[in-house]
Design a protein around this ligand. Sequence first.
Ligand code: ADP
Length: 320
Amino acid sequence: MTRIKDKEERVDRSADIDIAGATAGMTGSAGISDIGRTKQRMLSTANPELALSIYNELQAHIEELEKKTSELEQANEALSELDRMKSEFISKMSHELRTPLHAIKGFTKLILRGKTLDLNTSKEYLAIIDREGEVLDRLISDLLDVSRLESGRFRIHKRRTSLKSIIRNCLGTCAVLASDKGVVINEDIPATMPEVEIDGERVGQVILNLLSNAIKYSGDGGIITVKSEVKGDELVVGVIDRGPGIPEEAIPYLFERFSRVEDSAEIKGIGLGLYISRQIIEAHGGRIWVESELGKGSSFYFSVPVPLSEKEEVGRRIPR
Ligand code: ADP
């Protein structure tokens, strides 16, 4: 009896030593694994099989815990990045909103105070106020569109439409902007084009975005070509410029939210136009893409499907 008790005491003492060792191990990098090893040593004396099974179970828990920790770390990093992007966006957006607002306020004050302003100068100031008002309107519309897209409230209303007349309207809208910048816009549009099932306003928004980008990034003396053609089942529209072009590595991200090429930092923009354009075109079952070479220019294209009946109709109208 005494001997048995002696033996139990020996086991207890060895356990004390092992626990002390495990506690010391916890301060090291592999503390939890040390406890696992210690427990295995403790139990292996009494029941080696049970010890191994507990050890394996513990090891599996540790691995699971490590995996979850790494997932949490990644999620945390992604959240921090989103947070950083959000702050950057708010500061960029405030700046973009403030610039036209300051111009509107400044020129309004000049008109109100300038008792001796002649009619031409007043008109010039009013034209600036009008233009800057448009900029504000576009920025706010882009923001509302993004918010609708993110919340799934973005809707398009398709109707059979002549894309040709939409392209023409957009060219008219951009005429002043182009001539102010000394940019020439050429048209390469066929006399007859099939009608397509589109939301004319939204597709017009895409064309305006591509055109205003081409003008904006081309700079003085630029030449832009707007072309359209039927290719297979699609009607393809292209806006081609001879501007600075886009670096190859930036192209895969160009249609993402807030994507801006670093080189264009001095040109106004918040990187939402192409993102919204892609969403609009994809909502029509079409595609949007860019071909570009640095120093040579960029060609932006989008396509929308041609309804089968229209293809037959156009096939009859245009002899090949
Ligand atoms: P924004 O022009 O407001 O920055 P966009 O989404 O319309 O936003 O364009 C995203 C980025 O793509 C621009 O910041 C610019 O770097 C690049 N980009 C777009 N169009 C052109 C173009 N025609 N030529 C050169 N770069 C362009």
